[in-house]
Write a protein of this length. Structure first.
Length: 286
């Protein structure tokens, strides 16, 4: 991994023949970090990000909205592709996160879909000055490689956009070697450490310290991107989103009704006007 000095709106940075190359946010076009990025790519990246300038989420990234459940595990320790709770079943990815709607026991989950990209997004508490981006990157890279024994080549990027810290872990099926720890396991240990619920023996958790200063984290969200897109239907939309859709539909219907009524009124007015003109003509002829 490397740092793109000339453009912060990038992801997936890597060294290529000694040069730092990254993918521009929004377009995915590879940029050369030794020179200025074109205005067009910069504008596209800015529009793609949120108003705060934060990096976009991949369109198929999803959160774990179910939390803890009692999983069925293979002898190897991996999740079984199909998980059930009584008569309700669903399919999961290698991180054990539900990737389909919930169905009855007849549901078929053909294979365990691999989570190839995990995005850990943290937000630190309000502070006057920003953290040092290089120190922050070093802390999280060193922590993940030493504490969780993850090979550094799977840490795609550590991005700091005050107050957000985003860590990208990427590890697809072909890249993962037999002795490598899985990014899903690393993310789980890491999340538990941040919550003060460390899985390590006699360990209170992870103290995030940048340049000898303790950093308080207010919120941590983990997003999962699978090798095959998740299969959620409209049923899984949040009530808020459904309400917005209903409001938009109601607004469109209301607009059509107003338009029809207006046209009717106009029609009546025109007919009345024609009738009066005819009566006036008759009067003149008489």
């Amino acid at each position: 991994a490397c740092v793109c000095e000339k453009n912060k709106r990038v992801t997936n940075c890597r060294l290529d023949n000694g040069l730092c190359r990254c993918d521009a946010v929004g377009s995915g076009v590879t940029v050369d970090c030794t020179t200025l990025t074109s205005k067009c790519l910069l504008m596209k990246a800015e529009v793609t990000g949120s108003k705060s300038g934060r990096r976009e989420k991949p369109k198929d990234a999803f959160e774990d909205t179910d939390g803890l459940y009692d999983p069925e595990c293979e002898n190897t320790g991996s999740f079984k592709a199909k998980q059930c709770n009584g008569t309700t079943c669903w399919c999961v990815n290698t991180a054990g996160v539900r990737r389909t709607d919930k169905h009855d026991a007849d549901l078929k989950c053909n294979k365990l879909v691999r989570t190839m990209w995990i995005i850990i997004e943290m937000k630190h508490a309000e502070r006057n000055s920003p953290l040092n981006a290089e120190s922050l990157k070093k802390f999280f890279t060193d922590t993940i490689t030493s504490r969780y024994q993850l090979n550094g080549r799977y840490i795609s990027s550590v991005l700091y956009e005050k107050p957000y810290i985003t860590i990208d872990l990427k590890q697809n099926s072909s890249e993962k070697l037999s002795g490598d720890v899985d990014i899903a396991d690393v993310a789980y240990y890491f999340e538990k450490d941040l919550k003060g619920q460390s899985i390590f023996h006699n360990n209170p958790g992870l103290n995030v310290s940048i340049d000898n200063e303790e950093v308080k984290l207010e919120r941590t969200v983990v997003y999962y991107v699978d090798e095959i897109a998740p299969e959620f239907s409209m049923k899984s939309l949040t009530p808020g989103l459904i309400a917005v859709i209903v409001v938009v539909v109601v607004a469109i219907v209301a607009a059509i009704v107003v338009l029809v009524l207006t046209r009717r009124r106009k029609g009546k007015y025109v007919k009345a006007e024609v009738k009066e003109m005819n009566e006036m003509r008759r009067g003149l002829n008489a």
